[in-house]
Design a protein around this ligand. Structure first.
Ligand SMILES: C[C@H](O)[C@H](O)[C@H]1CNC2=NC(N)=NC(=O)C2=N1
Length: 117
């Protein structure tokens, strides 16, 4: 991909990953993060996260269900955190390679679509 756009990422599908896919390091993550401004990279450069205040517990649980559907559909699964009854944090990393792959940015773009409503 040249400069990734949110539109192009949303249209892509994750590739099955049990290793052997290229790691996207912090430098290579920059253009992806430019396309996905609500996501931030952790200090190690191995995970991206997005947090949102859903307003109430029921809406937070609904979001988790929607994210679970995206994850199952793509067979790429985020770590999901629900704290303080309405705060959801979504972490994405590719466990099989111990870092970021394009799958993480594809799922992030699809989650952004869900959050846009
Ligand atoms: C074959 C299949 O794609 C792999 O087992 C997937 C399942 N979901 C996954 N999700 C995440 N986040 N990382 C993985 O390495 C991973 N592996």
């Amino acid at each position: 991909m040249n400069e990734p756009t949110v539109d192009a990422l949303t249209k892509k599908s994750c590739v099955p990953c049990e290793g052997g896919v290229p790691i996207i390091d912090a430098a290579a993550a920059k253009p992806y993060l430019a396309a996905l401004p609500d996501w931030s990279l952790d200090e190690a450069g191995t995970m991206i996260s997005r947090q949102t205040n859903c307003g109430n517990f029921v809406k937070a649980m609904k979001l988790l269900g929607q994210v679970a559907e995206v994850a199952e559909d793509q067979q790429h699964h985020p770590d999901l955190h629900l704290t303080g009854y309405r705060h959801v944090r979504i972490d994405l990393t590719t466990h099989a390679i111990g870092g970021l792959s394009e799958n993480d940015f594809i799922v992030a773009a699809k989650i952004d679509e869900v959050l846009k409503g």
